[in-house]
Design a binder for this molecule. Sequence first.
Ligand code: AGP
Length: 607
Amino acid sequence: MCGIVGYVGKNCCADILVDALSKLEYRGYDSAGIAVFTENGIQITKSKGRLADLSAKMNAEGKPQGTVGIGHTRWATHGEPSDTNSHPHRGGANVTIVHNGIIENYKQLKEFLIAQGRSFVSETDTEVMAQLLDFYYDGNPVQTIARAMQEVSGSFALGILFTDFPGTIYAVRRESPLIVGVGEAESFIASDVPAILKYTAQYYLLEHDEIAVLTEQGVSFCDMQANTIRKELLTADWDMDAAEKQGYEHFMLKEIHEQPESIKRTVMPRVENGLPDLHECGITPETLRQFRNIYIVACGTAMHAGMVGKYVIEKLARVPVIVDIASEFRYREPLIGEGDLIIIISQSGETADSLAAMRLAKKLGAKTLAVVNAKGSSVAREADMLIYTHAGPEIAVASTKAYMVQISVMYLFAFELALAKGQIDEAECRRLTALLMETPQYITDILAHKETVEAMAKPLLDAESLLYIGRGLDYALSMEGSLKLKEISYIHSEAYAAGELKHGTISLIYKGMPVIAVDTQKKLHEKTVSNIKEVKARGAVTFLVCGESYQPDSDIADYCFRLPEIDDLLMPMLAVVPLQLIAYYAAVQRGNDVDKPRNLAKSVTVE
Ligand code: AGP
């Protein structure tokens, strides 16, 4: 998604803006630009491509000299990636803006503005917003913003320069996140904390329909009626190290290695006397006993974490769980209401589909529980109950450690629910909780053998298509393994329930087709082995991820990664690690940009 930054202070603004934008690269972008107040007015430099292209252009054209400005990385929605469509955009003589999100009614507004004699140079909804602000400009920026905001719909955040106010940045948000950082005689706007961490850890969260005014003297906030708002100053609880690669080749590899610590940070504070204790998150045995049905609603990897949650909750607590893709849930008139619990899982807490699903669930009378990584995000703030996952900042677009802590929370929740519902006794709950707390050590051991996985990924160099298969929890894992591979290696892959293959998909198997089989569930082992034999007999090259007690013959596995064994129920915590690594190494050897895969954005704030 697009990234916004802004700087007001005493230092060279262009350098700071580009540096801050580099910390938002993980969000995904296809062009970048900055606008700086200079002696000769606002100077805009923008370019299709990477920040390096922008810097090259600035070097060629002359770096804008000034100490106040805004910057942007664009992830194209309205109009192709091009210099012209890149931000910042001017709206006549008075206004220059950067924008994240969507102006939903931009077409009508554009028609209105054209009827007023205005013309446009880009295809973007952003330029429409810039022109609208310029159209309403009356010499008072706050009043102008408030007036224009009455006319627009959608979810968006804006950084705005008014030509007549050279020392000031204005910012406003509706839904899309925006923070305002404060340092010594300098202040910042940014879409996310990593952009400003090098300069300050202190920031304010701009709320829905609030306006921020930043000058060298400080920052102030007001609502749409220009009433002053006092806000709580927050301190980022992670430092620059968390947002740097620290010697790893990619953020993704670093984040895979951070998983043991992330689990400890997420699980340990929620265990009391050996039992899960989620009361600080608003969850008690009494609340848990009220729920008849559970829906887990999320997108992508977070939805796959929900799939693991479904298996574990249903098995232990005997409560029916439906897992829904958030973008589908909203539009299928879901049969939910009082007595139902909707669990929204989201790393960013800003995913538009997940947020909308949660709002719908609330409206229908269900209780909502958010499992979120990003502090203070929209999903976190609006849910009835909240469990923060403590993965720390996840920079790589491909989610790894966030998934790990999401499933850790699914386990904790399932254990407490099962105990509250009387489906397991305290001793069993203690045993499972203790095992969960042991998983970080097992994962560390698995990571010590990552070269084995690297070797396994070698045959995937020229693969065009492959399948992941598994049964039960291994099927849920296969879905995540397949998504990971697709998003960063660009190899087509599908996840299939192993027993379902013979109902059609097995016709796709050709000699040499790679099939990755996940086989960690002892009860299903014989069945899964039969399915592996079926694909092997048709020429597939098989890659097996299984428990260490299984010694497969060559008629089962061409390549094998054997995992330490704990209770089958917890095997996803371990088995996902080689799947993440296979995807990682396949992408690296294909020369892909692992942390910023093509076409993808870290946080998807559009529908
Ligand atoms: C994961 O690797 C993906 N990049 C993506 O599927 C992601 O999990 C999804 O967009 C949901 O994001 P969220 O957790 O921030 O809501």
